[in-house]
Design a protein around this ligand. Structure first.
Ligand code: F0G
Length: 351
C-alpha cells in the first residue's frame, strides 16, 4: 500500500480520533540511508534520516499534519507561528490545504530565500518582525492567547506528537533503536519529540531499548550548552539561530535520561559537515541540518566516540531551501565556452 502520511501510518500512537479531519501531504516515510563515508570517518555504522524528503522539505511536516488536523477539528479558522523559516513553510502549506489562514512571524531579513518563497507560495501572511526568533515566538504566543488563532509552534504539544513518528520509523527500519541518535537542536522540540517516540516504542512497541540522545547546537546559539539564554544568538545556520529554546526542560530531561549529550559545533564545523554530506554522501541539506553530523564527526575526531556503534543522525531540511552556502563552498564556475565539442572537451581537459 502507498504511504498514507504519519497520522494514518501511526494512528494508534497519536492523539487523533475517528472525527479528526486528517490534513496530510503524505509526510513521513523518509529514507534512513546508510552513510558509508561517514561510517568510514567515524568507525561506526552511521545512517542518515533524510527529513528533507518531506513534502515541504523539512521534518516540520510530521508535527504540522497533527497540529493542523487538530486545529481544524477544534474549529480554528487561522493559525499562527513564529519561525526561522521551516515551520512557517510547513504551517503555510498544511493550513492552506486545510482551508485555514496561515499567519507567520519571522525575524526580518534572516530567513533563507527558499523558505520565504515557500510561505509566500502557499499564501501565508508573512510578517517580518524587527527582532529575533525568540521575539517572534513571544509575540505568536501572545496573539494566540488574545485572539482566535491557533498556535502551531512546538510549544503546542501536538506538534511533538507528530514529530515523534520519526523515531518510530528509525526503529521500524533498523529493527531496534540505534545506540545513539544525533540531531541539530534549535528550539529543542525535535530532540524532545524523538525521545518521546523512542521511549514509547521501547515501552509499548517493537524496540527493546532507547538510544542515547546527542543534540548539537551552533556555537553562537548554544543556550543549552551554556546553561543560560543567549540574548543575541548568531550563526550561519539560520534555522537554529535561537537563544531561548521553548522546549528547554524537555531537551535537558532527554539528555539526562538517555545518558546523552548536548554540545556545540562551530559554523566552520557545520559547513565542513554540510560539504561532506553533499560531496561524499550525495545528500544535500541546509547548513543547520548538518549540525548533527558535525557533532558526531567532532566526537569521533576527539576520540570520544566508541567505534562500532550504530548511529542514526537526522538531517533536518533540504539543501535547496538555502543553497547560498553550497555555492560559496564550491570552486567558482569556469568562464562560458563556445558551443563546440572541441572547446568543451578542452575545457574539461579530456583527450
Ligand atoms: N533543523 C532545521 C532545518 C530547522 O528548521 C530547525 C528548527 C531545527 C533543525 C531545530 O529543531 O527547533 O526542534 O530544535 N526550525 C524552527 C523553525 C525553529 O522555525 O523552522 P528544533
Amino acid at each position: 500500500m502507498a504511504w498514507r502520511g504519519v497520522i494514518e501510518e501511526y494512528r494508534q500512537w497519536l492523539p487523533v480520533d475517528a472525527g479528526t479531519p486528517v490534513v496530510t501531504l503524505g509526510e513521513g516515510g523518509t529514507p534512513l540511508l546508510p552513510a558509508p563515508r561517514l561510517s568510514a570517518r567515524t568507525g561506526c555504522e552511521v545512517y542518515v534520516k533524510v527529513e528533507g524528503m518531506n513534502p515541504t522539505g523539512s521534518f516540520k511536516d510530521r508535527g504540522m499534519t497533527t497540529a493542523i488536523s487538530l486545529a481544524k477539528q477544534a474549529g480554528a479558522e487561522a493559525v499562527v507561528c513564529a519561525s526561522t523559516g521551516n515551520t512557517s513553510s510547513s504551517a503555510a502549506a498544511y493550513a492552506t490545504r486545510a482551508g485555514l489562514r496561515p499567519v507567520v512571524l519571522v525575524p526580518a531579513g534572516k530567513i533563507a530565500l527558499g523558505k520565504l518563497a515557500q510561505a509566500l507560495a502557499h499564501g501565508a501572511t508573512q510578517l517580518p518582525v524587527e527582532g529575533n526568533f525568540d521575539d517572534c515566538l513571544r509575540l505568536a504566543r501572545e496573539l494566540a492567547e488574545k485572539f482566535p488563532v491557533a498556535l502551531v509552534n512546538s510549544v503546542n504539544p501536538v506538534r511533538l506528537q507528530g514529530q515523534k513518528t520519526a523515531a518510530f520509523e528509525v526503529v521500524d527500519v533498523l529493527g531496534d533503536a540505534p545506540d545513539i541518535h544525533a540531531l541539530p537542536v534549535g528550539n529543542a522540540g525535535n530532540i524532545s519529540a524523538y525521545w518521546l517516540g523512542y521511549q514509547e516504542y521501547a515501552k509499548e512497541g517493537p524496540a527493546s531499548r532507547t538510544p542515547r540522545m546527542f543534540g548539537f547546537q551552533a556555537a553562537g546559539a548554544a543556550p543549552l550548552v551554556l546553561g543560560a539564554p543567549v540574548e543575541h544568538p548568531d550563526t550561519i545556520a539560520s534555522a537554529i539561530r535561537i537563544g531561548n529554546p521553548a522546549s528547554w526542560d524537555l531537551a535537558v530531561a532527554a539528555r539526562q535520561a538517555s545518558a546523552g549529550v548536548i554540545e556545540a559545533v562551530t559554523d566552520e564545523e557545520i559547513l565542513v559537515a554540510h560539504r561532506i554530506l553533499s560531496a561524499e554522501e550525495g545528500v544535500f541539506v541546509e547548513p543547520a541540518s548538518a549540525a548533527g553530523v558535525a557533532g558526531v564527526l567532532k566526537l569521533a575526531r576527539e576520540g570520544r566516540l566508541e567505534t562500532g556503534l550504530r548511529i542514526a543522525i537526522t538531517v533536518t531540511g533540504h539543501g535547496l531551501k538555502d543553497p547560498d552556502w553550497a555555492v560559496k563552498a564550491a570552486p567558482p564556475l569556469p568562464d562560458p565556452v563556445a558551443a563546440d565539442v572541441l572547446a568543451v572537451a578542452e575545457a574539461l581537459s579530456f583527450g
